[in-house]
Design a protein around this ligand. Structure first.
Ligand code: ATP
Ligand code: MG
Length: 411
């Protein structure tokens, strides 16, 4: 039989890859908690309507990227391509729409049928936060500051820049959409086929196009700023004031849009030049319309999601492999004592292993090979004297230590 491969666009997380992944998740979880976020886990698959309705009929995700299937009972399900819709669905299902704000952190796998390349996979992983309830621009600033703090704690804040934009409120956006349609219609023939289609369905999405011809036109396209209502302009001003107060550096990029219909006001991305075309590591915005689309009351909210693989690739130093303690019986009578020591070390929370077979020399070789930082050797003679030999495998020094002091000696 041919060797089975993982499905295209998926990958196994082993060794350094898993350690990078774990570092990102644990760091984000810790920082999000300092902002008052609680972790939620929602199902990996949902009723297809959770995404089809909320992500909008014209988004890339819905039109080409979803893993959708009928299960054996005939239910139409989709592997989640992102988690914001699931969190909003969960807010409504669990009757939390009157218990606001809800500040949510999540981490987990997402699925999109995309062309795999570096930093772009079919199963990938995201961390994210959602601040559900507040309409105030302070919440937008906090969500962004939280993202910045996570990047800083990962040591990669200097690898990224923050770009922010406003999508205004509904009246601002309607006026802006009309201005965009005017502008792009005058250049219709020069647009990519996809953007010609967007021009009819969702012209804002053209600003997000990766097509080189489109990008040239986008560069000269009108911005939303002259179309902002007084309310929308105030939200935009406050956001930038709060960011300055939080010490979050940003640049304004009028081309940033979140493709989906439910976004308003703030849109932002943390981007890097180090990952080629896959330069966006964290992206988010305000989605005041989404909870209502899930059947809840109108509920303002802001959030972001970040790709764990992309963040992991930016880590300068891969987290080191764990270095434990090897317990080695020097002879047969030492074996019972070795097992006792093993248990004591583990009870103290230390990583401790004893090889299942092999003589003293073999076991020492293996301890060195697996990167153990210390070896504890105990034989019949040591046992009767109530001591063990502790060998520091980094420096090579060895010392005799009373059994009662062993844990302290290797902690
Ligand atoms: P892109 O423009 O790269 O396709 P997107 O706008 O589709 O990104 P979002 O839906 O905003 O991405 O997801 C937030 C983040 O999740 C992205 O910034 C990226 O870091 C990560 N991400 C999105 N799709 C993938 C993927 N297929 N593989 C790996 N990471 C991804
Ligand atoms: Mg995408």
């Amino acid at each position: 039989m041919a060797t089975l491969q993982p499905p295209r666009g998926t990958h196994d997380l082993i060794g350094e890859d898993q350690r990078r992944h774990t570092r990102v998740v644990e760091t984000a979880r810790r920082i999000a908690a300092t902002y008052g976020c609680d972790e939620w886990s929602t199902p990996i698959f949902e009723d297809t309507r959770v995404f089809a309705r909320t992500l909008g009929e014209t988004s890339d995700v819905v039109t080409k990227e979803m893993y959708t299937f009928a299960d054996r009972g005939g239910d139409n399900l989709t592997l989640r391509p992102e988690n914001t819709a699931g969190v909003c669905r969960a807010l409504v299902t669990n009757g939390l729409t009157q218990s606001l704000p809800q500040k949510v952190f999540y981490a987990g796998p997402m699925f999109r049928y995309e062309r795999p390349q570096k930093g772009r996979y079919r199963q990938f992983h995201q961390i994210g936060i959602e601040l559900i309830g507040p309409a105030e621009p302070l919440a937008d600033a906090e969500a962004i500051a939280c993202g910045r703090d996570i990047l800083a704690a990962l040591g990669i804040a200097n690898e990224t820049v923050l770009e922010i934009n406003t999508l205004g409120d509904r009246p601002s956006r309607d006026a802006y959409r009309a201005a965009l349609v005017d502008y792009f219609s005058a250049h219709r023939a020069a647009l990519s086929a996809e953007s010609q289609d967007r021009l009819d369905r969702n012209p804002l999405r053209i600003l997000d196009s990766k097509d080189p011809a489109d990008r040239a036109l986008v560069a000269d396209a009108p911005t939303i700023l002259p179309h902002l209502t007084a309310d929308a302009a105030r939200h935009w001003d406050r956001l930038r004031e709060h960011l300055a107060r939080f010490g979050v550096a940003f640049t304004e990029n009028p081309r940033i849009v979140r493709g989906l219909d439910y976004y308003s006001h703030t849109a932002f991305e943390f981007v890097t030049t180090r990952l080629g075309a896959q330069g966006t590591v964290m992206a988010g915005g305000r989605y005041d319309g989404l909870v209502a689309e899930m059947g809840g009351p109108p509920t303002p909210a802001i959030g972001w999601a970040a790709g764990i693989e992309r963040l992991g690739m930016l880590l300068a130093e891969p987290p080191p492999a764990p270095a434990g303690i090897a317990v080695i019986p020097a002879d047969e009578p030492g074996e019972a004592a070795a097992l006792d020591i093993l248990q004591q070390l583990r009870a103290a929370g230390l990583r401790a292993e004893m090889a299942y077979r092999g003589n003293l020399k073999r076991r020492l070789e293996r301890a060195n090979k697996t990167g153990a930082r210390a070896a504890i050797l105990v034989g019949g003679d040591e046992m009767t004297r109530g001591v063990a030999q502790v060998k520091n495998l980094v420096t090579g020094t060895q010392a005799e230590v009373p059994l009662a002091e062993l844990v302290a000696a290797v902690s």
